[in-house]
Structures are given as structure tokens and as C-alpha cells.
Write a protein that binds this ligand. Structure first.
Ligand SMILES: *Cc1c(COP(=O)(O)O)cnc(C)c1O
Length: 395
């Protein structure tokens, strides 16, 4: 038997749950792309995106996923043979670096591991050793969606500044923008990128790059530039130039509605909501881990992200039966482990359009699954999450 009827909970770290209001915003005919309200919509989106990245620089909108925005970011500021330093902390910075290598850059990886965040002091030391200034860009992620780690972008930015190094600081904020603070200008970030389908609650298909003044200066001489990604081409006065062709109208309607929802809630409350719900998840996992069979992937509590929690299965236990049980029996779709954690972990996303019942329902179902499958675990994980929220969310 199953108890699956009713609304399915999508708990994978992207795409995330799209609010009904955002879906409805797309349900309308296409409009003129040469005049009328679409022009003002473009202006409002570009302005609000720069506001959300917290930059006085420019934002660019691509009809692409995060991988496209990675390529857009790289090709606009780098040249063939440029050396790039990748700060490893899981899968995604490394994958961004792989794209740079395929484009013709020389890639060096500052080795990290999948269970800890980047150490800013190690970044500073590597840059000070680069006396000839060969490193042209540093690639980092704010939240690595595979490992569940959050990197301290402010501290890495400060370490780069203290090393007096000229490399551009480029940050992937796909799994964090709109979920936790990101201060592009204040933290010394030169290029940042993100996608529509995670914290920004919009269907997949749009991605964003923000560029500061230093990045736009380097852009002038970058030789990896291509017509579609090129910032200069997209700065033309004609409306369609901003998208290098037909604007993605329906995704723009959706994004407008999603940004309105985030701004109406207030970004500070959005960030606090993520922090409280993430901690509820962590309280549950902490209790479950007392059974010794499962535990956090990220070892240091302060390095666990507020958007995704990666849970390791011990003793070579396959997470698949639990993930299948939650999905097929109960209608909760958990994330599977990816990359080095494939077959070893599952992931609980708490990113974007999430609230207390969604998180508590998810935790309750995981606990049902742990019991039903006889996976050893400390009992009372969901109760610990309930207790935490009851203490924090006061009347
Ligand atoms: C999802 C994700 C990406 C890739 O985005 P796609 O839209 O799947 O190409 C890149 N970086 C991070 C941190 C992500 O979470």
C-alpha cells in the first residue's frame, strides 16, 4: 500500500518547488517584443537582479541553465591560456573549472575535500606565492549543492584582498542567491552567477551573471568572448540585444512574480526563514545520527549550508531503498548523492519556496522510512525539529 495521493513534495536541490502564483504568471499570451510593457519589465528585472546580487554593477540575463552562466562568466573575462585557480569544496567549483579548461584556460585546483569548506588562509597563501601574478581568476561556490557545504565568501574575498592579488574573484551563487546573504560588492566579488530554478523559485531556463567594474574593464581585452554570451553586445540600446534575440517572455513573467514575492516577504525574512528551517533539518539529522548508521556529510556544524543538507549513509549502506520508499510510498522526492557521494548519501533540500509544513512533513516521512526499513537511527528526530521551531517561531 502507499500513502502517496495528494501533493508531491519535491525536495531535490533544484529545480525547486515553483509557487502557484509564479506558474500562473506564465499562463498568458506572448506580447510584442519591440514596444510596450515588456521593455519596462526588462528594466525592472535587470535592476532587481543587481539589487539581489548587491552590486552597483550590471546584471545580464541568459536563456540558459547554470552551466550556461558558467560559460558566460568565463568567456567574458578570460583569454586563452589564462590561469584560473579553482577552490574545491565539492563538485561544482571543480565542474566550473572543467569548463574553463575546455575553453582553453590553464586550471589549477586548490585541493579541498568534500566534507569541509574552503580555508581562506590557504587561498591567501597560494596567492602570495604567485609573485608573477599568473593567476587571472579565482572560482568558488558559495554553497556546494553536492556536499552541502557553505563557503565563507566574505572571508575568502578578504584573504584575496590581503594578499594584494589582482585576480578576479568569481562566485557561483546558484544554490544560495535569494536564500542567504550575498554581498557582491562588499565582499570583493567581481563576477557572480546564479540560476532561476533554485532559491529564485522560477522554472529552469534562465540564468544570471553580475559583473563589477574590474570585471568589465578586463572584459575589454578578453579573447574568449563569443557573440551569444558577450556582455558588450548585450549592452546595446535595442531591447532584443539584451537577450541576444527573442526575450524569454514567459520566464520573465515568472521571474517578475517570484522576485515580487521575495521582496514582499523581505529578503532578511527570507534568509531567516531558510536559516530556521535548515536548522530544523539539522536538529533531526543530529538525532538520527545517534544510531551510528547515518550522519552529516559536512563535519563542522558552522560549515553546513542553509539550503541543502547532505546525509551520509554509513557501513556501505545504499541510500536508494530509503529514497525510493520516501518517493514511491509517501510522495516525498529526496535528492540522491551525486559525484563522489553517489550511492553513499541522500540530500534534503530546504531552498526557495519552502515553509514549516513542507520541512516537517519531509522529516516525518524520512523518519517513517527509517523505521519501515529498519535503518538504525536515534529516535525523535522529527520531534527535535518541531521543538526547535516551537522555540524559535514565537507567538
Ligand atoms: C545547480 C547548480 C549548478 C548548475 O546549474 P544547472 O542549472 O544545473 O546548469 C551550478 N552550481 C551550483 C552550486 C548548483 O547548485
Amino acid at each position: 500500500m502507499t500513502v502517496r495521493g495528494g501533493r508531491e513534495f519535491l525536495v531535490i536541490p533544484g529545480p525547486t518547488t515553483v509557487p502557484d502564483e509564479v506558474l500562473q504568471a506564465m499562463h498568458r499570451p506572448a506580447v510584442d517584443i519591440y514596444s510596450g510593457p515588456l521593455i519596462a519589465l526588462t528594466d525592472s528585472l535587470f535592476a532587481d537582479l543587481a539589487k539581489i546580487f548587491r552590486t552597483a554593477g550590471r546584471a545580464y540575463v541568459y536563456i540558459a541553465n547554470g552551466h550556461g552562466a558558467w560559460e558566460a562568466a568565463l568567456t567574458n573575462v578570460l583569454s586563452r591560456g589564462d590561469k584560473v585557480l579553482v577552490l574545491e569544496s565539492g563538485r561544482f567549483a571543480r565542474a566550473w573549472g572543467d569548463a574553463a579548461a575546455k575553453l582553453g584556460c590553464e586550471v589549477e585546483t586548490l585541493a579541498g575535500d568534500w566534507r569541509r569548506a574552503v580555508r581562506p588562509a590557504e587561498v591567501g597563501a597560494r596567492l602570495r606565492a604567485d609573485e608573477a601574478g599568473r593567476i587571472k581568476a579565482i572560482l568558488a561556490v558559495q554553497i556546494d549543492t553536492a556536499s552541502g557545504v557553505v563557503n565563507d565568501i566574505a572571508a575568502i574575498g578578504a584573504a584575496i584582498k590581503a594578499a594584494r592579488h589582482d585576480a578576479l574573484f568569481m562566485v557561483d551563487a546558484v544554490a544560495s542567491l535569494g536564500c542567504m546573504p550575498f554581498e557582491m560588492d562588499a565582499w570583493g566579488v567581481d563576477v557572480a552567477m546564479s540560476g532561476s530554478q533554485k532559491g529564485l523559485m522560477t522554472p529552469p531556463g534562465l540564468s544570471f551573471v553580475a559583473a563589477g567594474a574590474r570585471a568589465r574593464a578586463v572584459h575589454e581585452t578578453a579573447d574568449l568572448r563569443t557573440p551569444y554570451w558577450d556582455w558588450t553586445a548585450r549592452e546595446g540600446d535595442v531591447h532584443y540585444q539584451k537577450y541576444a534575440g527573442t526575450p524569454p517572455e514567459h520566464l520573465m513573467f515568472a521571474l517578475r512574480r517570484a522576485l515580487d514575492m521575495l521582496l514582499a516577504e523581505g529578503l532578511d525574512n527570507v534568509f531567516l526563514r531558510h536559516r530556521l528551517l535548515a536548522e530544523a533539518v539539522r536538529r533531526a539529522v543530529d538525532v538520527w545520527s545517534q544510531g551510528q548508521a547515518i550522519g552529516f556529510n559536512v563535519i563542522e556544524p558552522s560549515e553546513r549550508s542553509d539550503t541543502v543538507t547532505t546525509v551520509l549513509m554509513g557501513d556501505g549502506r545504499d541510500p536508494r531503498p530509503l529514497v525510493d520508499y520516501c518517493n514511491k510510498k509517501c510522495g516525498v522526492v529526496l535528492g540522491i548523492g551525486i559525484g563522489d557521494l553517489s550511492g553513499k548519501a541522500f540530500r534534503i533540500a530546504h531552498m526557495g519556496h519552502v515553509n514549516a509544513p513542507m520541512v516537517l512533513g519531509t522529516l516525518g516521512v524520512i523518519e517513517v522510512g527509517l523505521n519501515a526499513l529498519g535503518i538504525p537511527h536515534g529516535s525523535g528526530g522529527a520531534q527535535a525539529a518541531i521543538d526547535w521551531l516551537g522555540e524559535q517561531v514565537t507567538a
